[in-house]
Design a protein around this ligand. Structure first.
Ligand code: ADP
Ligand code: MG
Length: 751
């Protein structure tokens, strides 16, 4: 008994201990809801002491929203509908926090079956509840992501059928979520992609996931588009895949970009491969890593020799150019595109002139090599050199041509003139180049029509030669020219301009005229000489008879007539003899002559012409006789020239004064002072030039010959003139020895 009793005691202590120390809350609760007895755990869970709990109803520390439910199960127990119940409910801890509890309640009845009290067990399940809450929250978020994902997120059964599809399927495929549930992606897949899809289904089942599957799916519209999927198996409790999760996106756009890229790459490759120019890539050391067919063809080396054997570009560059190429290579390596010309050497050792472009190859902002394109310009260079040579030849031909040459472009603008043009016509290149053909001052106005006709000939592609015309110099002189012209062509054979040659024929023409004139003069001279003879003979007879008659008394009353007749006859004789002196080629003899009487003789000769022109000749001599050594006839010629010029300058008459004066015993001065129309100052310098004349029947030789004669006598000549006032021609002749006089005037014309 004792043993039994003590055992019971021990048991009781044990239960007591367990009751007090378990983490499970235990309590006896009265039928009206107050705690009768409870363990520590209940106090810990709810925060109230046992004593406090015995004084308040459970409803005081039950969450408001759970009170209703609590009463419901309590009543059901009391009504005998159930003996025990289990309920999850919220308590309010004494500090106000919510505590989730799992409550197991058993209604204890007495022997009669009447309810005595409730026996409650309380577990704190707040932690569990919190986790659940979090999970639910996560689920919500997951749903949110899934619903709003642009990618289609789906769940599949193990055979692949959709069990869930995110709303993105509407946008991506055109199907509603409901339409897809129970459907297999295999049914939507492009026939060509079924195999790859099946393969990935196996992969996800065996390996748990796949990262990338590219395939086409048919949209509801019937169109196929490219998609990319990743899949993941969801592992169940048994460690096996129970479900498949997939993420799918439309990559049609990316695909087409990729496709284009691939095409581009192909194109570039073909551009490289089939480029008619040499294309190559070298690494940073300058070793070839890639070359094209043209490279092989132009250099004569094979791909193997260049790339596989690892040749360096420096090996193929001519020595003199190496420094330059090295510089450009460094430039390309530094990231800058280079263009230059360089000489390479082909396999046969021959030089090839190359036009090279080098560009850096950049990967992630770093130069990893150099790309090159080189054009073989050897032929072009040779042609250029030949062309340049031809051009220089042509230019020197034009520049050094004795005939003036003008070159025009096809619009008639003057492009070029040569030196002969500049010296003949007086315009410098700078002044005249760029002017229009038809507006050149060179062309006298009345010839413009002719020039137009010539231009039409040239523009039609034909040439002309030796057309006689006249051209004007910058100073206004008119030159006789033979014009030739020919059209010029460009390299395509099209007219691009024309060239004009102006051959100056003025001098040739003048020489002809001089010949004609001198012939005329000499004929006139001969005639005059003949006539003079013919007149002199009858004149001698007449003179003799008049002298005879003079002695006859019969005529004594007419004596004064005889005097006049004799005087006039003497005068005729004088004129005739003067004429004869001039007309006949004379012996050249330097003698001492009296200039005053020489001038008087000449004046007599020209008196008739003077009277005809209403000109009075006055002579003023400082001394009665002025002796100098000279060729008398030549000095006479000089005086005749100047007197004639003076008379011709006074068509309306006037006074011509001839003054002879001494110059400090050094020589004499002869002045011919007229009141004629004078000589414009710009034309004064022309006096003494051969053939310069303003007279219709003039020769333009008088002045020149006179000047020459005076110079040969050691003298000099000056002319002063004022327009419409008159001209003074002043001749100085020195007193000199006969031996110093140069009488050679035969070559006057040639000077
Ligand atoms: P030509 O008398 O045959 O014309 P010249 O050599 O004697 O040739 O004279 C050249 C030109 O010089 C003349 O045509 C004339 O224009 C000009 N000249 C010469 N002397 C005079 C003068 N005294 N007064 C005006 N003009 C003159
Ligand atoms: Mg004259």
């Amino acid at each position: 008994m004792i043993n039994q009793h003590s055992l019971k005691m021990e048991e009781q202590i044990m239960y007591m201990h367990a009751f007090q120390n378990t983490t499970v809350g235990m309590a006896m609760v009265s039928l009206d809801g107050r705690v009768i007895k409870c363990n520590k755990a209940v106090s810990t869970i709810l925060g109230y002491t046992e004593e406090e709990l015995t004084n308040i109803s459970f409803s005081n520390y039950t969450h408001k929203e759970d009170i209703q439910r609590s009463y419901k199960v309590i009543n059901e127990s009391l009504e005998g509908l159930r003996d025990s119940y289990q309920i999850e409910k919220r308590f309010i801890h004494k500090n106000g926090e919510i505590v989730w509890g799992l409550l197991n309640v058993t209604l204890i009845r007495d022997a009669e079956g009447d309810p005595l009290y409730f026996l409650s067990q309380l577990n704190d399940i707040s932690d569990k509840k919190e986790t659940e809450e979090k999970l639910r929250e996560m689920g919500k978020q997951f749903q949110l992501i899934t619903d709003n994902s642009l990618d289609k997120i789906s769940k599949h059964a193990l055979n692949g059928d959709y069990t869930y599809v995110s709303p993105a399927c509407v946008n991506l495929l055109g199907y509603t979520q409901d339409e897809l549930i129970g459907v297999s992606p295999l049914d939507l897949c492009h026939p060509d992609d079924i195999a790859v899809l099946e393969k990935h289904l196996t992969i996800v089942l065996n390996q748990g996931e796949f990262h990338k599957l590219t395939f086409r799916m048919k949209l509801k519209s019937g169109e196929y588009r490219w998609f990319e999927s990743a899949g993941k198996g969801i592992i169940g409790e048994n460690g096996q895949v129970t479900e498949i999760l997939t993420f799918t996106r439309d990559i049609t756009h990316r695909k087409s970009v990729e496709e284009r890229l691939r095409l581009n790459e192909k194109r570039y490759k073909s551009l490289f491969e089939n480029n008619p120019d040499m294309c190559f890539i070298v690494d940073l050391q300058g070793n070839y890593t890639s070359i094209n067919k043209s490279f092989e063809k132009i250099t004569g080396y094979t791909y193997k020799e260049i790339v596989q054997d690892g040749i360096n570009f420096r090996f193929l560059i001519e020595k003199e150019d190496l420094k330059k190429v090295e510089k450009h290579f460094a430039g390309a390596v530094a990231g800058n595109v280079q263009r230059y010309e360089a000489s390479g050497i082909n396999k046969q050792g021959r030089a090839i002139i190359l036009d090279v472009v080098n560009a850096p190859i950049m990967i992630n902002n770093e130069v990893v090599g150099v790309y090159g394109i080189a054009k073989d310009i050897s032929k072009q260079k040779a042609a250029e050199a030949a062309l340049k040579q031809a051009k220089t030849q042509l230019e020197s031909f034009i520049d050094n041509n004795v005939d003036p040459i003008l070159i025009f472009n096809k619009n008639g603008k003057l492009l070029k003139v040569n030196e002969a043009f500049e010296t003949t016509y007086g315009w410098s290149r700078e002044e005249i180049i760029g002017q229009d053909h038809l507006h050149l001052e060179l062309i006298p106005e009345k010839y413009t029509e002719k020039v137009k006709i010539n231009l039409d000939t040239l523009k039609s592609g034909a040439k002309f030669k030796g057309i006689k015309s006249k051209r004007k110099t910058r100073d206004g002189d008119i030159l006789d020219v033979d014009i030739s012209g020919f059209p010029t062509e460009d390299e395509k054979g099209e007219l691009n301009g024309w060239a004009i040659t102006l051959r100056d024929v003025t001098e040739a023409k003048l020489a002809e005229e001089v010949l004609r004139n001198s012939e005329k003069l000499s004929v006139a001279g001969q005639l005059a000489a003949g006539i003079a003879h013919e007149i002199r003979n009858p004149m001698t007879a007449i003179k003799g008879f008049i002298q005879l008659m003079n002695r006859d008394k019969e005529f004594s009353s007419r004596l004064k007539y005889f005097d006049i007749i004799l005087k006039e006859i003497s005068r005729i004789e004088l004129i005739i003899s003067e004429l004869l002196i001039l007309a006949k080629p004379q012996d050249v003899r330097v003698t001492q002559a009296d200039i005053t009487s020489l001038i008087e003789e000449v004046a007599v000769l020209l008196q008739t012409q003077a009277i005809l022109n209403n000109v009075t000749i006055e002579t003023e001599f400082e001394n009665n006789a002025q002796l100098i050594f000279c060729e008398k006839n030549q000095i006479k010629q000089v005086c005749i020239n100047f007197i004639k010029n003076a008379i011709e300058a006074m068509p309306k008459g006037g006074l011509l004064r001839i003054k002879v004066s001494n110059v400090n015993d050094k020589g004499i001065n002869i002045q011919f002072i007229d009141q004629g129309f004078g000589i414009p100052s710009n034309l004064l310098k022309k006096l003494g030039e051969p053939f310069y004349t303003t007279k219709e029947k003039g020769t333009g030789l008088g002045f020149m010959v006179s000047k020459k004669i005076i110079e040969n006598h050691g003298g000099s000549l000056t002319v002063q003139s004022e327009e419409n006032k008159g001209t003074t021609v002043e001749v100085f002749l020195p007193l000199q020895r006969s031996s110093e006089v140069d009488t050679n005037t035969h070559n006057l014309m040639e000077n």
